[in-house]
Ligand binder design. Structure first.
Ligand code: 6CS
Length: 316
């Protein structure tokens, strides 16, 4: 059969590289074909998510920064200063966490989605029109965030005026000065030319971009055991590949940005400079608790327990 798979990025960006590996494995090991629909071909993330829920497409890449509006507990990934920074710990965490692969998977199922994989896409950096070293520098800055409520709360607590927008509107809004900042991993800042419409990069260390791959639930349930195994193996291969692919990608992307625009400034906040952002993060945790109640607390507790387990596994 032909399996349709929509992603939120271009084919040569991280989600596209993962999807391409998945496709190659499926096609080499079965009679199925996988058609990848890059960003822009089937609408924004909210649209492709709906298409996957309805079964009009079989696979979708959907990031918690958007899906948190549908499944509030997913916003745990957006809590500032909560995910580990070490890429090796992250790689182990997404793969092994029972909170992700069982508890959050069950919440996706309620939305007719079968969680296949979650994976990191790199540390998120701010790119802005004015230099940012402290929350005060964000005052009066309309800062674009993905459309989930916790991100709005985060940037409001950071001192900015959070402006939720779907991805397709971001470049134009920066160009027209309707917004003055946005956050994304470095590879994406480079590939989407965010540096052409902003002048400063700030590493705040507050988060890693998380994405998820899911299948339509009844499509997945209707697969033969053999095909379920095929999907799992294809995902496992793609996961290992995408973790490896991202080694050095941030540095390479930053080099390309500096080559294209030598006047771009890069600020790496010191521990001391991070402190006020960490304090703001406390208030964001309170909002998360209000938005998600007991169920969200259980997810957060499990999340932190699984992170510790990964830290011990990788460190020891
Ligand atoms: O900021 C966004 O909306 C986009 N960022 C990434 C890294 N991937 C897709 C998403 O739409």
């Amino acid at each position: 059969a032909e399996w349709k798979y929509a992603i939120e990025e271009a084919i040569d960006e991280v989600q596209g590289v993962y999807a391409t590996k998945f496709k190659e494995y499926v096609e080499a090991n079965s009679d199925h074909t996988v058609s990848i629909f890059p960003f822009g071909t089937l609408g924004e993330s909210a649209d492709t998510t709906e298409l996957a829920q309805m079964g009009a497409i079989q696979f979708v890449d959907l990031s918690p920064g958007f899906t948190g509006s549908l499944i509030p507990e997913l916003q745990v990934f957006l809590l500032p200063y909560t995910l580990p920074e070490d890429p090796e710990v992250l790689a182990d965490f997404y793969k092994t966490s029972p909170t992700i692969n069982e508890d959050l998977a069950a919440l996706y199922e309620k939305q007719s989605l079968r969680l296949i994989d979650m994976f990191p896409e790199g540390e998120v950096v701010m790119t802005t029109k004015e230099k940012v070293e402290a929350p005060a520098d964000l005052n009066g800055v309309k800062f674009r965030v993905m459309t989930t409520p916790l991100l709005v709360e985060t940037y409001n607590q950071f001192g900015a005026t959070a402006t939720p927008l779907p991805w397709g509107e971001v470049f134009g809004a920066l160009q027209l000065n309707m917004i003055q900042g946005q956050e994304n991993p470095m590879f994406f800042v480079e590939s989407t030319k965010m540096y052409e419409v902003t002048d400063h990069i700030t590493f705040t260390g507050h988060n890693t971009f998380t994405t998820a791959v899911a299948a339509n639930q009844s499509f997945y349930e209707g697969l033969s055991e053999e095909d379920k195994t095929l999907v799992q193996e294809a995902a496992d291969q793609a996961y290992d590949y995408i973790i490896d692919y991202q080694k050095g990608l941030e540095e390479e992307s930053l080099d390309k940005i500096m080559e294209a625009k030598p006047s771009m400034t890069v600020t790496r906040l010191t521990d001391e400079q991070r402190e006020p952002f960490r304090e703001a993060a406390q208030a964001v945790r309170e909002s998360y608790a209000e938005m998600t109640g007991e169920s969200g607390q259980a997810i957060l507790d499990g999340f932190e327990k699984d992170i510790k387990a990964s830290e011990e596994r990788v460190g020891g």
